[in-house]
Ligand binder design. Structure first.
Ligand code: FPP
Length: 241
């Protein structure tokens, strides 16, 4: 497929479930944390590639609320990774002028980790070109409950649109494409409301081995699919005339 065709139907927003770091490391007889370290650099590489292609928004699932129940040592290792890598990883996106937003219940993270991620949010606030959501201590159901409670407290009756605006991703386009690496085929409480019409793409590769060319393949696959949003082919054709 030509590069042009990909660009023609480029998703505006891609979300990635970065699964398989642990298995990648285990297969190489390395500690799980090595897999996460490798995951961070692969994540940066994929983000740079996507922004270079022209994708506007990216969302990466870095830590779910369920992940917070991992063994203490692994969690401590993940927090250390954020402490030592997060700022420099995000700085590698500066040339694309990416505004970084943390989605999730940041209050569940250690205080110093909260400060690190908030510092990056603040630093990139000035950027308006591209967006990156980093999901940390994120769970879609908790996000929805939080939004609904906000509406109840404000005495407001929700609409689909107002609920969407109350989510962490409020004001952003919904993901067009959700990619999950690591062989599992489920959404694991990730962007459930936002992904109602997203195309789903599952890769058997573990996240650290999911290369730029694999992302390109996923985008090509997306660009070949017909998105009807519940309508018939004829209706969609008429709309596009
Ligand atoms: C899932 O793999 C991955 C995670 C729980 C963590 C993903 C995090 C990163 C790639 C780094 C984020 C860090 C920063 C600095 C933003 P898994 O451990 O579930 O793998 P497994 O299914 O093979 O066990």
């Amino acid at each position: 497929m030509s590069e042009n065709k990909i660009i023609e139907r480029l998703p505006k927003h891609i979300a990635i479930i970065m699964d398989g770091n642990g298995r990648w490391a285990k297969k190489r007889l390395m500690p799980r944390l090595k897999g996460h370290q490798q995951g961070v650099s692969r994540m940066v590489g994929l983000l740079q590639y996507a922004y270079k292609l022209g994708v506007d928004y990216m969302t990466v699932y870095a830590l779910s609320t369920e992940n917070l129940n991992r063994p203490k040592e692994e969690l401590a290792g993940l927090y250390d990774l954020i402490r030592t890598q997060f700022e420099s990883a995000m700085a590698q996106l500066d040339k694309y002028e990416v505004r970084v937003k943390i989605i999730g219940d940041v209050s569940l993270l250690p205080k110093d980790v909260q400060e690190i991620v908030q510092k990056v949010e603040k630093k990139t606030e000035k950027f308006t070109g591209k967006g990156l959501n980093v999901a940390l201590a994120y769970g879609s159901r908790a996000e929805l409950v939080r939004a609904v409670n906000q509406a109840i407290e404000a005495g407001e009756k929700l609409t689909e649109e107002s609920l969407s605006n109350l989510l962490y991703t409020g004001g952003q386009p919904d993901p067009d494409l959700v990619i999950r690496t690591g062989k599992e085929k489920r959404l694991s409480n990730f962007l459930l409301y936002q992904s109602a019409y997203a195309e789903l793409y599952f890769s058997d590769k573990m996240f650290p081995e999911f290369l730029d060319e694999d992302l390109q393949k996923a985008i090509e696959d997306y660009s070949n699919r017909t998105r009807r949003f519940g309508k018939t082919d004829e209706q969609r054709r008429e709309e596009n005339l």
